[in-house]
Design a protein around this ligand. Sequence first.
Ligand SMILES: [Zn+2]
Length: 395
Amino acid sequence: MTLRRREWLKTLAGASVGALGLPLIDRAHAQTTKRVEPPLALKDYQPKSMLHVPETHVPRSRFPNIDFHTHLTGVDRKGKSDVLTHAATVEEVLRVMDAKNIRIMVNLTGGYGPLLEEALRHWQQPHPDRFIVFTEPWYAKITMPNYAKFQGEQIEAAKRAGARGLKILKTLGLYLRENVTTGPLVKIDDKRFDQMWEAAGALDMSVAIHVSDPEAFFLPTDRFNERYEELSAHPDWSFHGRDYPSNAELQEARNRVMQRHPRTKFVALHTADSENLPYVSECLDRYPNMYVDIAARIGELGRQPRMSRKFFDKYQDRILFATDATPHGDETPQQIFGNELYEIYYRFLETEDEYFDYAPAPIPPQGRWRIYGIGLPEQILKKVYYENAARLLGL
Ligand SMILES: [Zn+2]
């Protein structure tokens, strides 16, 4: 036995607890690590996984897909008027679509009135087999006394112009107020939108509706908040306090709309309430006109892979492939349109890989965790990638 080993054993056997109450061996350790640098800032911490697990590269989806949720255009306010902005060139988008096996992209934020016409002219008309454009409500007109009728008629006009569906941003419920930007918040189930929901149903335009946001956005941005870093970087994303309704109130208001308009098909975007799949399942059971997409929520679905897998099994006819892709979006890495984004989605849906990043970013942007693939079988993949969306879009 070497001297060193004997000394070491003596330490263990002799006096195992020192004067500080710490085992001597720990005290020795504490002394060697005492003179450490200032603590590492959380934002600089980028741990690399040491797991030796299979890494599957999925460059193309196993079947052609429809990305049901993208933002190729958006409405911006310039001075007093709204303008339509294009996030990328058509050629640039088509190149990624061809490489990644994306048959069709649905551009949800196509605007309204003349802006919608421009979005259609730019994307859908030259490439009707590749791009589909949805319209949006003309919220600035909410102060008009006959807004309900006006908005219903706008949907009919949008359909005539070529729009294939209606997009509702979380603006409704969280930003839109009685005087547009001031006054009380307008509720999701406000009667002034009834004619709009009815028109969409009558014209076979599905409604892509985003209500609420991640549950953590409704809680204080403190040390218990699982999305602390994201909310610290974007304090305006927090809906905690002020006059904001709770996540549950927003979800229930949407449910009342679906109940009141059974002929209208609603796609609850971002898996409706992706942290609470038992609740989403209840909603899907209760409202046969409800569907969901998975856009920007594989971070949530992928950290509960067993529950997600059962969810996909049970609702395989009502879940749509979607990413929320936004070309050149820089604030939300989980949405940046490009090859990398699609490969992560395909890996999540098609493989059983373990513990991988849900976004192309050095730090997981929606919470510090990683995800697991759910390895869907081919017949479910076909439905989720293409068939479910094709049915809703009337293809
Ligand atoms: Zn979106």
